[in-house]
Design a protein around this ligand. Structure first.
Ligand SMILES: [Zn+2]
Length: 464
C-alpha cells in the first residue's frame, strides 16, 4: 500500500491539540510531526483548516439482530458503511447466545453475519442468556478468542433477562479472566408487572412504552449491578444510561473508588419524552429501551460527560423501519421492535452539541467517542488515538461544514431519522481505516468485507 501524508492539519487526541502532519505507512501511522517532507509519500491529503481525529469507536450497535419477530434493518454492510460516513471506523456489536446453546456457536453465527460485509473493523461482545453447565468455562474461551466483554440483561424477562445469581457468577468470573461485564440495568420484573397492568387498562399507544419504565427501575438496577460487581471484586460497565437517577448511582460508586463505567447515547442527551407525545403512531420511532426521559435529565447527562461520571458515548444503533417494522406494534406498544438508528450521527451530534455549544472540550469529545471506548474494550493503543504505531484510522474533520441530518440523505438503511431536521456544524470530510480512504468528501470508496474482526484484550476495565 502506498504511503500517505496528511499535511497542515490540527491533530486532536484525548490529551492535546497541536498542528502537525501525519505520515501513514501501509495500515499504520508512522510519524506525527510538523513539516514532514512530502517526498516520503506517494499521496498527499491537504488538511488545511481541518481537525485530524482518531476514528470513532462505537461500542454499542445491533446490526442484523433478531428482535420481536423481525431483524434490525442495517446489516454489517449497510451499518458499517453508514458508520464510516459519520467518522466511526470501529464498531463493537453484540452476538446473542440463544438460551440453551453454547456461546461459541453464537460467535460463529455473528462472524458469518459480518464476514464479507463489514467495511470497517469490528469486535463482538457476547450477550449471555444462560450460563448452564459449562457457561463459566465458555466465558474464558471466548476471552481467549478476543471477545473480552459480556452483556447481561436485568430486563426483558423470558427473553434476555438473567437472574442475580447468574449476573453475580459472571461478574466473579470476569474478576479472574479480565473481561468486562456490560449491564442492561432496568428492573425487568417490576417493569413487566407495570406493562401488563397498562395493557389490561387498554393503554396500548407507543407512549406507554415510556410510561411503564420508570427511572427508579433503572436507578435500582444500576445500584444492584454495582453492588454485585463490588461484592464480586469486578469492574462493571452500564450501557445506555438514560437518567439523572441512574447517573447518581454511578457517580456515588465512582466517588467511593469502585471501578464502574457508564455510557450514554445521543438520544438521551438531545431528545426527551415530548417526542412520545407526537400524534398517531409516529412516536413509535422513539420506542427504545431505556425510554426517553423528562426534560430535566439530559442536562444532567451532559454534566456527567463533562465531569467523567460518564465515560463513553455510544449509539445503541438498532434500526427498525417505521413503515413495516415499527408498525408491528400498531395496536400494542409491547410489540413495537425496540431500537432506533444513530450510528452515522454520533460524532456530528456530539461535536455540535458538545464542542460547539461549549459543553465539552475538543479533547474530551475525542476521549468520549474514541479513546476511552478503545481503552475499556481492549483496543488501545491500536485504536482510539493518533500515535506512531497505531492503526491509521483517521478522520479529517471539517469544523465548518454545515450539515442537516435527514433520512433523505443518510446512509443508514432505515426510513426515518430520530434527529430529522437537526442542523450541525462540523462533519467528517475524509475517513480512513487502516490507511485506506473509505469516505472522500461524500463519496464512498470502501468495500464490503475489508473490515477485520478485532481480537480484543482483557483487563480493559482495569485501565484506570
Ligand atoms: Zn443495545
Amino acid at each position: 500500500m502506498p504511503s500517505t501524508l496528511i499535511k497542515n492539519g490540527t491533530v486532536v487526541t484525548a490529551e492535546r491539540t497541536f498542528a502537525a502532519d501525519i505520515l501513514i505507512d501501509g495500515e499504520k501511522i508512522r510519524d506525527i510531526a510538523s513539516s514532514l517532507p512530502a517526498e516520503q509519500a506517494s499521496r498527499i491529503i491537504d488538511a488545511t483548516g481541518m481537525l485530524l481525529l482518531p476514528g470513532g469507536i462505537d461500542v454499542h450497535t445491533h446490526l442484523d439482530m433478531p428482535f420481536g419477530g423481525t431483524t434490525s434493518c442495517d446489516d454489517f454492510e449497510t451499518g458499517t458503511r453508514a458508520a464510516a460516513f459519520g467518522g466511526t471506523t470501529t464498531l463493537i456489536d453484540f452476538a446473542i447466545q440463544p438460551k440453551g446453546t453454547k456461546m461459541r456457536d453464537a460467535l460463529d453465527i455473528w462472524w458469518k453475519k459480518a464476514d464479507g460485509r463489514a467495511s470497517i473493523d469490528y469486535g463482538l461482545h457476547m450477550i449471555v442468556t444462560d450460563l448452564g453447565e459449562a457457561g463459566l468455562e465458555d466465558m474464558d474461551s471466548l476471552v481467549a478468542e478476543g471477545v473480552a466483554s459480556f452483556k447481561l440483561f436485568m430486563a426483558y424477562p423470558g427473553v434476555l433477562m438473567v437472574d442475580d445469581a447468574t449476573i453475580f457468577q459472571a461478574l466473579g468470573r470476569t474478576a479472574k479472566n479480565g473481561a468486562l461485564i456490560c449491564m442492561h440495568a432496568e428492573n425487568g420484573g417490576v417493569i413487566d408487572v407495570i406493562v401488563r397492568r397498562a395493557l389490561a387498562e387498554g393503554k396500548t399507544a407507543p407512549i406507554y412504552h415510556a410510561l411503564t419504565r420508570p427511572v427508579t427501575a433503572e436507578a435500582e438496577a444500576v445500584h444492584r449491578a454495582i453492588a454485585m460487581a463490588e461484592i464480586a471484586g469486578a469492574p462493571v460497565y452500564i450501557v445506555h444510561l438514560s437518567s439523572e437517577d441512574a447517573l447518581n448511582e454511578v457517580r456515588a460508586a465512582r466517588d467511593r473508588g469502585v471501578p464502574v463505567f457508564a455510557e450514554t447515547c445521543p438520544q438521551y442527551l438531545l431528545l426527551n419524552i415530548e417526542e412520545m407525545q407526537r400524534p398517531g403512531f409516529e412516536s413509535a420511532k422513539y420506542v427504545f429501551t431505556p425510554p426517553l426521559r423528562e426534560k430535566h435529565h439530559p442536562p444532567k447527562l451532559w454534566e456527567g460527560l463533562k465531569n467523567d461520571h460518564l465515560q463513553v458515548v455510544s449509539t445503541d444503533h438498532c434500526p427498525f423501519c417505521f413503515a413495516d417494522q415499527k408498525s408491528l406494534g400498531k395496536d400494542d406498544f409491547t410489540k413495537i421492535p425496540n431500537g432506533g438508528p444513530g450510528v452515522e450521527n454520533r460524532l456530528q451530534l456530539l461535536y455540535h452539541h458538545g464542542v460547539n455549544l461549549g459543553r465539552l472540550s475538543l479533547n474530551r469529545f475525542v476521549e468520549l467517542v474514541a479513546t476511552t471506548p478503545a481503552k475499556l474494550f481492549g483496543l488501545f493503543p491500536r485504536k482510539g488515538t493518533l500515535a506512531p504505531g497505531s492503526d491509521a484510522d483517521i478522520v479529517v474533520w471539517d469544523p465548518n461544514a454545515n450539515h442537516t441530518i435527514t433520512a433523505k440523505t443518510h446512509h443508514m438503511r432505515v426510513d426515518y431519522s430520530m434527529f430529522e431536521g437537526f442542523t450541525v456544524k462540523g462533519n467528517a470530510k475524509v475517513v480512513m481505516s487502516r490507511g485506506e480512504v473509505l469516505v472522500d468528501d461524500g463519496s464512498y470508496l470502501g468495500r464490503p468485507g475489508r473490515g477485520q474482526f478485532l481480537k480484543r484484550a482483557a483487563r480493559g476495565g482495569a485501565w484506570n
